[in-house]
Design a protein around this ligand. Sequence first.
Ligand code: ACM
Length: 263
Amino acid sequence: MKAAFIQTAPVFGDIEANVEGAIKKSLSLGADIVVLPELFSTGYQFRSRAEALKLSEDAKDGLASVRLIETAKKARCHIVAGIAEKAGDRVYNSAVLIGPKGLIAVYRKAHLFWNEKKIFSPGNTPFEVYDIGAARVGMMICFDWIFPEAARTLALKGADIIAHPANLVLPYCPAAMLTRSIENRVFSITANRVGVEERIKGGRLKFIGSSQIVSPTGEVLASVGKSKAAAGVAEIDVKQARDKHITPLNDIFKDRRRGMYLV
Ligand code: ACM
């Protein structure tokens, strides 16, 4: 199957332009699964919870999801994308999994990074895996990467691909995702953004780009640079993620010594 990410340069608050730009790119890739960044439709640095609530959208009926559903139908593909999700008077930093038939699942970010704790409600959805036919897909969002339990849980639940929308600012995540892929023998697709936001005085954030697709053996199958909007595509064989052997005598899941670990 053909897997892809789109690395974006969103304009804060311009949902329509951000969505249309990502859709145009998605339609040009001919991929079976496309991963978009965290908060791809809104931008990242909200000044307050009230502002986030105002820009947030329903996971099913909001403009971003509706347009992505139309796109998935047209391109006969699956899309994972990060949105600010409105749920009553709460706003979650969420990822939606969308297919040709509509919204399949919503994942709400479990591990909120820095000032996100002042804006979003903590995620209340489990790390779950969805069979999209060509692959089994799990979602985690950006800072979830630093908790190995997140990727491990998705892998133990049978994920072939970890779709990882991100707005990375810490420089060491791309390298760490090679390890997440190796230690779980899964493909990972990290879709990041580029650019700078300083909507809060003194709170300048520079996003590091470096989006990538990584194989279960830690090979970088596609990657892009740190400063420009771009896309990456790779042919992947999910069978590679279903063999958990490192040697004929070592299966990384069966060999776990669960009684010896603190969990
Ligand atoms: C992050 O979790 N957006 C760094």
